[in-house]
Ligand binder design. Structure first.
Ligand code: TPP
Ligand code: SF4
Length: 355
């Protein structure tokens, strides 16, 4: 059996096991070659060194496809910085600066001021992981938003400090096991709530902030394009599974991300000038256990007959129910399906055909 066939069968098997039907075969004569199906401009190219199935690599690629070529990036220390730039190579096809862990937003602010002084419209993007955004870079980010720089800040949220060995961050969900919040006799993983960063960002009353997920690429790319069109500070947090740190099979990255949205633990919302203006409805809400069961970081919650595990599961379910209530996520009818797929974009981030 060829490698491609083997992979196809394995994917069909996984899709059936986890409730997704295999894709129907393409109609005769409609197939693009993989090369033709590529977007016209990819600011983050292949050949980097992310782990197999890395959600952060996928998220960054989607963001860069939508942002177009006329951009500059300040990238905080973390996995994305490390796997894209092993000296002397780089996977970036746009100007890219490696900032410190804590100051991507400050470095981006300087870059934006320089562009302004030169009379150029090049859009500045700032990238950070959740450690670099929720925690250590938070002060610089808040300053950038308050000073109203024309920057899109993207946080790739894999819910722990992955690059240095899976330490808990303030974005790590309650109960998850990490190397600094290990589950065991004493504790059932992390004892604190995931920080509600989007609400804190919203309190800056910036023009636009949103949450997105790699499981919904068309939605993610629409949000990037919208933010790119705004002359002012904008913010996007992208839920980006990390197979290594979350301990799931690398082929399940999208399924894991999808279930986080479908159970309500990672709501997809858009906020404009402090007010929620749009949400991704969940039509058939899944129990949180559908999400937890795929990941080794929650394995201690899945033991039958364990009262502590039961209590933790109930707590996480209550958090998901709270999100569903507070954002009005419950929709009617079918599941939310991201029918658009990865949108092909031309130069300048516009949809292909409008170049
Ligand atoms: C001031 C400072 N403290 C600690 C570090 C070490 N460090 C480098 S990357 C990293 C973790 C990055 O985590 P995160 O921002 O969540 O990004 P990820 O690697 O998960 O994508 C840490 C702690 C550093 N470079 N600088
Ligand atoms: S450790 Fe996680 S975030 Fe880092 S490259 Fe691997 S999969 Fe991606």
């Amino acid at each position: 059996m060829s490698v491609a066939n083997e992979r196809g069968e394995r994917l069909s098997e996984l899709r059936q096991k986890y409730g997704r039907e295999p894709l129907p075969p393409r109609a005769e004569g409609t197939a693009d070659t993989p090369r033709e199906a590529q977007p016209k401009f990819r600011g983050l190219d292949s050949g980097h060194r992310a782990c197999q199935g890395c959600g952060e690599a996928l998220a960054a690629r989607l963001v860069m496809e939508s942002a177009g070529p006329d951009v500059m990036i300040a990238n905080a220390t973390g996995c994305l910085e490390v796997f894209t730039t092993p000296w002397p190579q780089s996977a970036w096809r746009v100007p890219w600066v490696h900032s410190l862990f804590e100051n991507a937003a400050a470095v981006a602010s300087g870059m934006e001021a320089a562009m302004k002084a030169k009379g150029r419209n090049t859009k500045v993007l700032a990238f950070g992981g959740d450690g670099g955004t929720y925690d250590i870079g938070f002060q610089a980010l808040s300053g950038m938003l308050e000073r109203y720089h024309n920057i899109l800040y993207v946080c790739y949220d894999n819910e722990a400090y992955m690059n240095t060995g899976i330490q808990r961050s303030s974005s790590t969900p309650h109960s998850a096991t990490t190397t600094t919040s290990p589950a065991g006799k004493e504790r059932m993983g992390k004892r604190h709530l995931k920080k509600d960063l989007l609400s804190i960002i919203a309190a800056h009353h910036i023009p636009y902030s949103a949450s997105a997920s790699v499981a919904f690429p068309a939605d993610l790319q629409r949000k990037v394009r919208y933010a790119m069109g705004i002359d002012g500070p904008t913010f996007l947090v992208v839920h980006s599974p990390c197979p290594l740190g979350w301990r799931h099979a690398s082929a399940l990255t999208i399924e894991v991300a999808r279930r986080a949205v479908e159970c309500g633990l990672f709501p997809l919302v858009e906020v404009e000038r402090g007010a929620v203006t749009n949400v991704m409805p969940i039509r058939n809400v899944r129990p949180v256990t559908d999400y937890l069961e795929l990941q080794g970081r929650f394995a201690h919650l899945m033991k039958g007959g364990d009262a502590r595990a039961e209590e933790e599961r109930a707590h996480l379910q209550a958090l998901a129910d709270y999100n569903i209530g507070v954002f009005g996520l419950k929709g009617e009818g079918e599941d939310p399906v991201d029918t658009g797929g990865i949108a092909a974009v031309g130069r300048s981030g516009r949809p292909a055909g409008r170049v």
